[in-house]
Design a binder for this molecule. Structure first.
Ligand code: ADP
Ligand code: MG
Length: 407
């Protein structure tokens, strides 16, 4: 390969996948009067590359919608800058604020927000008309995007005559019609029933691959985040707490908050002293690496916990080649499922949730059990700052952890 060709490829690479289409710096937004403000976005920095589908994930009220509204221009930030495609659309310090209709951004709202008195065709044509794209109207762009979302046959209906899924497709067509540089999707699938949600999720992924648009997609559903996102940003109280590729974030949540939000709801206290380690109040040998000291919280997903008939002999917990076992537990609840059931066990004050095979003879409410967890799947967080402690376990645990943790 010639140097020129390599150079051209590199340049092409930077243009298609590295260039930031959206660049947000120091974005701050609060509502209410001075002294009585609600701080909704706190100093948010974020970049979205051209062609990327960034998923914003976080609990209700953490500021996801407000961030999208700032990007599209429906909210005026108190501080910070936003660039779209290299052009500054917001610079609070210099009083720059570009109006929504002059930003090249489309938005799909959770509640569809179609105009009920306009036929589907007119709803979809609206952003083309309001931006003066009359050529696109003449060229059949409305029919084209309705085709893309498989709703062309509904063009002459009114929104109230459509199902939720159809309304959401039309709403997507309306946002895509003017070929925006950036598409914002605010929980577009949350109001749909489970089957339709999974179907539309797959279609959205396909559309993103085929049309190659750049999008920011908001959800509070981690399955959706992993299925759709090229990257995921987890928000906590107006801040971006962690950003990365979906499986990296999922396997190695950087903080206890992110672990908890991503479903690692089991929390076991761990103390490591020179005299030995104590897990949930039970002494345990051979679990933590030499030299680890301090107070920690171990976080685990239900599927990484297991349950076996109790072997409590008063000697405390113990670790075998792959699993750490806590003794002295009791099953308090068994919630049946088709393949696996949720087993709730208590060890003193500690409540743990494990997935067990449905019909497993070992697990019945009231029975004494040991509760174990796969050491390599356990994530450990420092109690003082809630940050991930990579390499906390002895060799058995570290080998697995190393796969998930970019050190
Ligand atoms: P999310 O989309 O993550 O659920 P939002 O961005 O909608 O969160 O809201 C974040 C916080 O901002 C909430 O506490 C909400 O009550 C508050 N908020 C949003 N919009 C306004 C507003 N116009 N006036 C006052 N408070 C608002
Ligand atoms: Mg919201």
């Amino acid at each position: 390969m010639t140097d020129a060709l390599v150079e051209a490829m590199r340049e092409n690479d930077t243009q298609t996948s590295q260039r930031a289409l959206v660049s947000v710096a120091g974005l701050t937004k609060s509502f209410g009067r001075r002294g009585n403000e609600v701080h909704v976005l706190r100093d948010v920095d974020l970049e979205v590359a051209d062609g990327e589908l960034l998923v914003l994930l976080g609990p209700s009220g953490c500021g996801k919608t407000t961030l999208l509204r700032c990007l599209v221009g429906l909210e005026r930030p108190n501080a910070g800058r936003i660039e779209l495609g290299g052009a500054c659309v917001v610079d609070a310090a210099r009083g720059v604020f570009v109006q929504p209709n002059r930003r090249d951004v489309g938005m799909v709202f959770q509640n569809y927000a179609l105009w009920p008195h306009m036929k589907v065709r007119k709803n979809v044509a609206y952003p083309l008309r309001s931006r003066g794209h009359t050529a696109a109207l003449d060229d059949g762009r409305v029919e084209e995007v309705l085709d893309i979302v498989q709703c062309r046959h509904l063009a002459d209906r009114y929104p109230p005559e459509l199902s939720g899924g159809q309304q959401q497709r039309v709403s997507l067509a309306r946002a895509l019609a003017p070929r925006p540089a950036l598409l914002l999707l605010d929980e577009p699938l949350s109001n749909l029933d489970a089957l339709l949600r999974v179907e539309l999720r797959a279609q959205l992924r396909l559309l993103h691959r085929e049309l190659g648009f750049t999008a920011v997609h908001v959800t509070h559903d981690q399955e959706e985040a992993i299925a759709l996102g090229t990257r995921v940003a987890v928000m906590n109280a107006g801040r971006v707490e962690q950003i990365g590729e979906p499986l990296d974030v999922y396997r190695a949540p950087a903080s206890e908050y992110v672990a908890d939000f991503l479903g690692a709801r089991n929390r076991i206290e761990l103390r490591a002293e020179a005299s030995g380690a104590v897990l949930a109040g039970q002494p345990i040998a051979g679990l933590v690496r030499d030299g680890l000291r301090g107070s920690f919280a171990v976080r685990l997903r239900d599927e990484h916990l297991s349950v076996r008939p109790g072997t409590d002999d008063g000697s405390g917990a113990h670790a075998d080649a792959t699993t750490a076992w806590l003794r002295g537990g009791r099953v308090v609840e068994l919630l049946p499922g088709v393949e696996t059931s949720e087993c709730v066990a208590e060890i003193g004050d500690l409540r743990l949730f494990a997935r067990v095979s449905t019909g497993s003879a070992d697990v019945r409410p009231g029975e004494a059990v040991d509760v174990g967890f796969t050491i390599g799947k356990a994530r450990c967080y420092a109690k003082d700052d809630g940050r991930l402690v990579p390499g906390w376990a002895d060799r058995r645990g570290r080998a697995d952890l190393a796969l998930g943790v970019p050190s």
